[in-house]
Write a protein that binds this ligand. Structure first.
Ligand code: WT7
Length: 682
């Protein structure tokens, strides 16, 4: 069944913005041949304080042989993101429209926010930031759970031209510190804590730890603004910390200082709600140049040091808005829900910027799919009558396990478009999503993209593209993918190779923060004239693209990208470890998991204690999502005579496949047998 083609439902197709392959092809061709014309028509939907000119609309160099790489869209134009997302929607009569329905970790906790209120809160908080000395260009770190203050904080940054750097609140204090040092963050915004399922996390304590490390090694974070969140939500035992239950607005009124165990520095820390009390609800927007920085978002790099991906103003706005509109086919009364955390790029572009730029109504979900029961996703879709539902293959696979009855309890008939992102979706998960969740009438958009690409780059369009389960299909407008072989030769027609892009689209990153050199070597050095994604892809006889996964030393655990080097360097820091090598192993739910080979130091034993310590260390240094599944004893590692670890062989050992291929370049071939013998039995 998996090689069957699934056509968009006729009703969906008839009403879609793009409703046939012919229309898609025409629009795509125009976007490639005349990007200036294509995107300048789209740009007219937005407000520009000053205009660009035709000859300056688009310029770039992708070819290092011709000089430095640069990408510029709409030079000369100026605008403000929050103005386009908020003021413009209020002015055109959407002030009372809901921007976000907030659904808490506990089903008892929920609230909503209109566009008008979102604008007011954004302005208020922009004034708070100003009062803390934040100026245009300053970096503001944000470490928050999925609550309404998170988009407010981001939009407030854009209001005054500050550059936000959101760090996923599942990262450890070390990871947060490293990112704040790299971006030289002046202010940190967080919450006292958050319930994840039935687990309480004191985020402020993690922040304190991180700020201490930043102070020791780099600079001082001047202010830490803390949302008092815990007292207003229901704890898993059924009572709030201050006994008040249920619904709440976004402005707290009780005194957050009464909270238990929240570390505090009077000179540096302040409560969000106290600062907001006297702040004015209007704030004139800072007009930003088209290529002024909008935000930094860190992503893993193959050297282990995270890369500060830099996105800028005008191009990101038009690309986020356009991909959201066409890929989800969002219509004015739809209720859209993207389950991704805002701490990742999916949350930036498709929880915050894309939906708001289209005046959409979205669900903002704080919880997990498994709390209080494993039916939470379906319950929330039913509750809000969600029309577009965007999630990750790993979530789908983990929910499939619980059986179909949990799904059938709910009315999911509101759904029109289903989205998948983060890793290739296997056909079994695709079919379950299609048949059970979508009742065979929803289109599935398998959206391939990256932190670096800013928005979808290869994706079906729900009213146009005939779907093949597991294929991300065709390029979005403005995107020109190619497949190259190892020598950089173009692969035409059917074939498999490196996935690269030939020319920029408006939403792609412009640089790595403060490290243009690394930007160039990472993405533009291997194949001159192309942006290299690091992924492999196959083109079938119908021209469909199938992403085959990373071909560098990166791995994708539950849609979280990390590098083998990043984990290896944490493991190797342990005093008992001489050497560590990490590879990925396929995992039925997570997609991939970490398999680590450890060579202990002379005289040190490899035992359960060491394994536990190593797992703990990875949790502390990177975050819980990076915890290795398997740690194996490796008295030696398979190396070439020049000392290079042959990960290809380790990957085979990890899956127990004795077909390791050519081992003649190994310095010591006997090590392979030994490692097979030492595989843990499970
Ligand atoms: C890597 C980027 C972009 C949002 C989430 C991750 C993999 C992403 C797909 C897909 C196959 C996918 C790629 C990519 N990936 N979407 N639909 N099919 N692979 O962002 O952390 O920057 O990771 O995720 O390997 O390079 P990210």
């Amino acid at each position: 069944m998996a090689d069957r083609i699934y056509y968009p439902n006729a009703e969906l197709a008839n009403n879609a913005y793009c409703n046939s392959m012919q229309q898609y092809k025409d629009m795509h061709e125009k976007s490639i041949k005349n990007p200036e014309l294509f995107w300048s028509e789209i740009a007219k939907q937005f407000y520009w304080e000053s205009q660009t000119s035709n000859d300056k609309f688009f310029s770039y160099n992708f070819d290092l042989n011709q000089g430095d790489v640069f990408i510029k869209w709409m030079e000369g134009a100026s605008t403000n993101l929050s103005f386009n997302l908020l003021d413009k929607n209020v002015k055109c009569g959407n002030g009372d429209k809901i921007a976000f329905y907030w659904e808490g970790n506990d089903p008892e906790d929920y609230s909503r926010l209109t566009y008008r209120k979102l604008l007011e809160e954004t302005c208020r908080f922009a004034n708070v930031l100003k009062s803390k000395g934040v100026q245009k260009g300053d970096r503001v770190a944000i470490y928050m759970p999925m609550i309404l203050e998170l988009p407010i904080a981001m939009l407030a940054c854009t209001r005054i031209g500050a550059v936000h750097s959101v760090v996923f609140a599942g990262y450890s204090s070390d990871a947060l510190a490293e990112r704040m040092m790299d971006s030289k963050a002046k202010v940190l915004i967080t919450t006292d804590g958050v319930w994840r399922g039935s687990k309480l996390l004191i985020l402020k304590a993690i922040c304190d730890d991180a700020m201490k490390k930043v102070k020791e090694k780099s600079h001082e974070v001047e202010s830490c603004i803390v949302v008092s969140h815990l007292r207003r939500v229901t704890s898993p035992q059924g009572s709030t910390l201050d006994g008040e239950k249920g619904k709440h607005g976004i402005n707290g009124s009780s005194n957050g200082n009464n909270e238990p165990n929240i570390p505090w520095d009077e000179d540096r820390d302040c409560w969000w709600h106290e600062e907001m009390e006297d702040a004015e609800a209007s704030c004139y927007p800072a007009w930003m140049a088209a290529e002024d920085p909008l935000f930094i978002l860190y992503t893993s790099g193959s050297t282990g040091k995270p890369k500060g991906v830099l996105h800028t103003t005008a191009g990101y706005l038009i690309y986020a808005a356009t991909t959201f509109k066409y890929v989800f086919d969002y219509k004015p009364n739809d209720i859209y829900w993207c389950t991704a955390d805002i701490g990742w790029i999916t949350g930036h572009t498709y929880v915050v910027y894309g939906p708001l730029a289209n005046g959409a109504t979205s669900v903002l979900f704080e919880g997990t799919p498994f709390y209080p029961e494993n039916d939470r996703f379906w319950k929330v879709i039913d509750k809000f009558k969600v029309t577009q539902f965007y999630t990750a293959p790993t979530a789908i696979r983990s929910l499939m396990k619980f059986g179909d009855d949990l799904v059938k309890k709910y009315d999911l008939s509101s759904l029109k478009v289903l989205g998948s992102v983060g890793e290739p979706i296997n056909s079994e998960a695709w079919l379950w999503f299609y048949n059970l969740i979508g009742h065979g009438k929803c289109s599935i958009v398998d959206t391939f993209w990256q932190t670096e690409t800013g928005g979808h780059v290869i994706t079906p369009l729900p009213g146009a593209t005939p779907m093949k389960p597991g294929s991300a299909s065709f390029p979005f407008f403005g995107v020109r993918p190619e497949l190259l072989d190892e020598d950089g030769k173009l692969i035409e027609g059917e074939g498999e190779g490196y996935l690269v892009f030939r020319q920029p689209w408006p939403g792609m990153m412009r640089s790595l923060y403060n490290n243009h050199e690394r930007f160039q070597t990472t993405y533009f050095d291997k194949f001159r004239g192309f942006y290299c994604t690091g992924d492999g892809a196959r083109r079938d006889s119908d021209g469909y693209l199938w992403i085959t996964g990373r071909i560098d030393d990166m791995l994708n655990v539950s849609g979280h990208l990390m590098s083998t080097a990043e984990v290896e360097s944490v493991l190797a820091e342990h005093p008992s470890v001489a050497e560590a090598a990490v590879v990925s192993k396929p995992h039925p739910v997570k997609g991939q998991c970490l398999y680590c080979f450890i060579t202990p130091n002379e005289g040190k034993t490899f035992d359960k204690t060491l394994q536990d310590e190593l797992k703990k260390k990875v949790r502390e240094k990177i975050g819980p999502f990076a915890q290795p599944d398997i740690i194996q004893h490796a008295p030696g590692l398979p190396k070439t005579r020049s000392g290079k670890i042959m990960r290809r062989i380790l990957r085979k050992i990890a899956i127990g496949d004795k077909n390791v291929g050519d081992t003649s370049t190994l310095a010591d071939e006997s090590i392979v047998d030994l490692l097979f013998q030492l595989r843990p039995q499970n």
